[in-house]
Each structure stands twice: as C-alpha cells, then as structure tokens.
Design a protein around this ligand. Structure first.
Ligand code: SAH
Length: 241
C-alpha cells in the first residue's frame, strides 16, 4: 500500500461540503492522506462524510486553517491549480511533468503542497502568487473541472509516477527554503525598496508582483535566502542611519 508522507492537498474556501468529501475520497484512493482546509464554508459536515466513503479517515485527520499562509508556511514546493490563464503568467508546471517533479521533490525530503481554489471563483492572483508554479489541466474547451475531478487527476498523476524507476532521489546540498522564508524575503525586499524610494507610484508596472514571481522562480535554498536577507539587512541599516 502506497502512502505519501509530506504531501498536502490544500482546499481554499471550499463552498460545498460534499466536494470536500469527494476530494477526500479521491485523495485516499491514491494514498494521499493530508487534507488541509483553508476557511471551508462548512466543516465538519455530514454531507462531506457521506461523500467521502472510504476516505473518511482523510476527513478525520483534516486540518483547518484561517488563511493560506498558515497552511503552506512550511512547504518547500507549492503548486497552485487553476483553469484560468493569467495576464501576468506564473511559472507553469505541465501535467506531464507533475508526477515526476513531485515524487523527486518528496524523495529529496521536501514538503509539497498542491493548492485548489473555491468552486465559483477559483484561486485569485494573490493566492496563486503564493505558489511556485501554476498547473493548468488541459480541457477540450476553456472550461473548468469540478473541484474533486481536478483533485483526482492530480492525485492520479502523482500516484502513477511514484512507481517510475528513473526518479532522482539524491539528497540536496542545502534544503529548499520554505514558503514562509520566501515570504519573509519578499517582505524584506519591499521594505528596502520603500526606503530607497524605488517605487514609481504613478507608474507601478506591477513591480511587486514581478519581484514576487522572480523570487518564486529561483527555487532558492535556505542558505541563499540567508545570504540575501543578510545583504538586505546591511542595506537597511545604512539607509536608516
Ligand atoms: N470558476 C473557477 C473554477 C473553479 S473550479 C475559476 O474560474 O477558476 C475549482 C477548482 O478546481 C479550481 O480553483 C482549481 O483548483 C481546480 N480546477 C478546475 N479545473 C481545473 C483545470 N482545468 N486545471 C487546473 N485546476 C482546475
């Protein structure tokens, strides 16, 4: 029996408890047991339990969070799922690479989170901005899938690829930074840029969002974050003198 440790499925602001149950069932069938719920409209719920069937144990150990930052704070690789393309594109993860990437990351002892949005509005830009990659499951027309169907497809891709023989599971030299460490770095860059009066507030050119994307794309490790934070702290000291 295959059970994935260190792999979380995060459902953000799910409206229908039945969907939460259906997601738990889909996850359980693929050995993924860590369900994190961010502000669910109704949970716990009888309807969720009824829909979960054999996935009841996933519901029983599900954790509820007030915001997405708390749910993904300790994760090293975060993938946001959305049917919608964005005017400012985020680094894309192809479905065909998903299983391999995630299984290799898990073999390297990373904590991985996959984030799913609300049924009506999906993931907003701010939530997608917290993710390292955007995963778009191709569909025949530009239509979105039911939440639990998207969960099933992602879970199956991860499960299927976990049996592959060419996964590279070597130890990293230094662990990848966590989401929280990257968020702190982004905050620090913004503080120093404010001190420098760098922002042209009349013509913002999406600078903060672009810097955020750059930071996510670099896949920084803990040591690199430490060096960058050290440089920023020195700059901050000088600017405050
Ligand atoms: N109207 C919403 C759709 C939400 S569907 C929107 O425009 O985004 C609920 C969730 O299922 C989405 O937030 C996403 O996490 C997942 N999902 C649905 N279809 C998907 C697709 N084609 N690719 C990736 N994720 C998808």
């Amino acid at each position: 029996m295959k059970i994935f440790q260190n792999l979380n499925f995060v459902l953000v602001e799910t409206s229908h408890p039945g969907n939460i149950g259906a997601c738990a069932r889909a996850m359980n069938s693929m050995g993924i047991l860590n369900l994190l719920l961010v502000n669910p409209k109704e949970f716990p719920s009888k309807e969720a339990e009824a829909r979960a069937k054999s996935g009841k144990k996933v519901l029983e150990k599900a954790k509820v969070y007030k915001n997405i930052n708390e749910a993904i704070g300790t994760s090293n690789l975060i993938i946001g799922t959305s049917a919608r393309s964005r005017s400012m594109p985020w680094p894309m993860m192809e479905v065909s690479n998903l299983g391999k990437n995630i299984n290799e990351s898990l073999a390297n002892k990373d904590e991985v989170s996959i984030v799913f949005g609300n049924e009506a509005v999906g993931l907003d830009n701010e939530d997608l901005g917290k993710c390292d990659f955007h995963l778009q499951i191709p569909t025949s027309k530009d239509s979105s899938l039911n939440l639990s169907h998207a969960v099933q497809i992602v879970a199956y891709e991860i499960y299927r690829e976990s049996f592959s023989s060419d996964l590279i599971g070597q130890q990293r030299e230094v662990d990848l930074a966590t989401s929280m460490q990257k968020e702190k770095l982004i905050e620090h860059i913004e503080t120093v840029l404010e001190l420098l009066d760098f922002y042209d507030h009349k013509n913002p050119k999406q600078v903060p969002a672009r810097l955020r994307r750059l930071t996510k794309r670099m896949q920084l490790d803990k040591l690199e974050i430490g060096i960058l934070r050290g440089i920023l702290s020195k700059l901050e000291d000088r600017l405050n003198k």
